[in-house]
Design a protein around this ligand. Structure first.
Ligand SMILES: Nc1ncnc2c1ncn2[C@@H]1O[C@H](COP(=O)(O)OP(=O)(O)OP(=O)(O)O)[C@@H](O)[C@H]1O
Length: 260
């Protein structure tokens, strides 16, 4: 085991980010251990996406430092940054599938970063990767949809395809940005359950942004509350009370926030 294998998944020290006049992150410090499932809970605009984008090296801090999987992001450029990003999977609110392609081909695109040259069609991917993609589709319960166009699936199914796609890169960290914001309550629960199961099976670190208190309580292990770009709470989900959740939402009631 090398030093970087033993390092926490993510260490954020005094991170601030301003976009023009807007302070999106204010002095955020946070350490996430390997295998932890952390929910970032906060209203729209509280800085959750900006924090996730920094962890993936997609934004440059205005101040502060980030270390991800033992690597200081400030020192990484080009190939080294791409290699680190290869260890981090992402899942988005809008799934970002290619609707006219089959489900299987969408999953296969998750392996593109590790391949040379463009690919066109399922047959252009190595057999080993096709097998791996089918295994992941089986894991997310969609093996029978493998050859269906992605845009014929329900939202919940599409998000499960996106999770299977993220698994193709064997990520050590999965960043999920409001993964259930477009889904009905039943599909939301299915997707959150799947994320938690997969994290446990693989020892995967999951950092997931949500804006609903109930989902955070049900599915997080640790809840980090964000408000106006700052961390206002960091607690095991089991200890999170509605009163504490109020601190995240300020003067709004938690139930109003739920309706957002
Ligand atoms: N590229 C950008 N340029 C300018 N302002 C930005 C940019 N990205 C984020 N912001 C601003 O930073 C603040 C935090 O946004 P962020 O998207 O991180 O919040 P969020 O909690 O993820 O909300 P949402 O769930 O709506 O995305 C907001 O005021 C937003 O308008």
């Amino acid at each position: 085991m090398t030093v970087s294998d033993a390092a926490p998944a993510v260490e954020v020290h005094g991170l601030s980010k301003t976009f023009g006049q807007v302070a999106a992150l204010r002095d955020v410090s946070l350490t996430v251990g390997r295998g932890e499932i952390v929910v970032l809970l906060g209203l729209s605009g509280s800085g959750k996406t900006t924090l996730l984008r920094h962890i993936n090296g997609l934004e440059t801090p205005s101040a502060g430092r980030l270390t991800v999987l033992g690597e200081d992001l400030a020192g990484l450029r080009g190939r080294d940054l791409r290699r680190l990003r290869g260890r981090i999977g992402m899942v988005f609110q809008q799934f970002h599938l290619v609707g006219r392609l089959t489900v299987l081909e969408n999953v296969l695109t998750g392996a593109l970063a590790g391949l040379r040259g463009p690919r066109l069609g399922i047959a252009s991917y190595p057999r080993e990767l096709r097998r791996k993609a089918l295994t992941h589709l089986d894991r997310v319960g969609l093996l029978d949809k493998s050859y269906q166009r992605a845009d014929t699936l329900s939202g919940g199914q599409q998000q499960r395809v996106a999770i299977a796609r993220a698994l193709m890169q064997d990520p050590e960290i999965l960043l999920a940005d409001e993964p259930v914001a477009s889904l009905d309550p039943e599909s939301s629960d299915q997707v959150m359950a799947l994320l938690r199961e997969i994290a446990a099976e693989r020892g995967l670190t999951v950092i997931c942004s949500l804006h609903q208190v109930e989902l955070a309580l049900a599915w997080g292990e640790r809840v980090v509350g964000m408000r106006s770009g700052g961390v206002v709470l960091d607690t095991p989900a089991a200890d999170l009370t509605r009163e504490a959740a109020m601190r995240i939402y300020g003067r709004m009631t938690a139930s109003l926030a739920e309706a957002q």
